[in-house]
Ligand binder design. Structure first.
Ligand code: APR
Ligand code: ZN
Length: 248
């Protein structure tokens, strides 16, 4: 039997026995929707400097450049569609782990999980389709591709993308919800993340500390791999539907 098949069966067995499921995704789950990842071959951070584009100082120095970058991400996300991996995660929530026994934590800002039908989502790095005021509490959903820095309709200050810049704290409610679920769940499925950006990367270790099982789906090995109960190597758009098919 091919190695992957054995691993998929093992993952399905773990999921079948689990009473709740926490899913943690990174850019890899959107790679097959043609949204580039940040690290590894062709990673965005090989071509652009995140310090200029997704940092507080970068925004202070040049808000127009940061908005240009985020509007290009908005355009990309609008022209992309959820892939089979996103739909499989939504199916896990709908068919196997409903009623509060499921939480999806995503580091992605592309909104593809919501478009695929996932409901219980903690967007811990924000969402590219929200923007907020740098001064007052104004916040709105928007799909506008700006050619200049937008201003707040309430106080006239400049608006910023409602995403987490490097060095900023993550949304408190989302993080609190994520960490408390991680302490209670008996299983976490980690998909398409290099596991190097904290505090998101810490979440699987909290599950392990509390006796939960770890299933990792990634094209490569990561720092988490040696702690995972099963690591399935390959593309999430192929592997996740396979896992869902074999849980029944
Ligand atoms: N299927 C599964 N895994 C994949 C696929 C795929 N089709 N394609 C790529 N991967 C894996 C890569 O092997 C890598 O481990 O996805 C991971 C992507 O890693 P990163 O590019 O580092 O993305 P991520 O882990 O989400 O980065 C975390 O860093 O820059 C910040 O805010 C940004 O949320 C992001 C955070
Ligand atoms: Zn304002």
């Amino acid at each position: 039997m091919r190695k992957n098949t054995e691993d998929i069966l093992m993952a399905s067995e773990i999921l079948r026995k689990a009473s709740s499921l926490l899913v943690l995704t990174g850019a890899g789950v959107s790679a097959e929707s043609n949204i580039p990842t940040f690290r590894g071959d062709n990673g965005l951070w090989n071509k652009y400097n995140p310090e200029d584009l997704v940092s507080v100082d970068g925004f202070r120095r040049n808000p127009a450049l940061v908005w240009e970058w985020h509007c290009s991400m908005r355009k990309l996300a609008m022209s992309s569609n959820p892939n089979a991996g996103h739909f499989a995660i939504a199916q896990l929530e709908r068919e196997f782990f409903c009623d509060g026994n499921f939480l999806l934590i995503t580091q992605n800002i592309d909104d593809l999980h919501r478009r695929a039908g996932s409901e219980n989502i903690a967007e811990i790095h924000g969402n590219i389709f929200y923007e907020r005021c740098t001064k007052c509490a104004f916040r709105r959903r928007s799909e506008v591709i700006y050619d200049d820095v937008p201003r707040c309709p309430q106080c006239g200050s400049i608006l910023r993308p409602d995403v987490v810049f490097f060095g900023e704290p993550l949304p408190e409610m989302e993080i609190a919800k994520s960490f408390s679920f991680a302490q209670k769940t008996d299983c976490i499925l980690v998909v398409g993340t290099s596991g190097v950006v904290y505090p998101a990367a810490q979440i699987p270790y909290i599950v392990i500390e509390h006796g939960g099982k770890v299933i990792e789906v990634n094209k490569e090995e990561t720092p988490l791999t040696k702690y995972a109960d099963v690591h399935i190597s390959g593309e999430s758009g192929t592997i996740l539907p396979e896992i869902v098919k074999t849980i029944r």
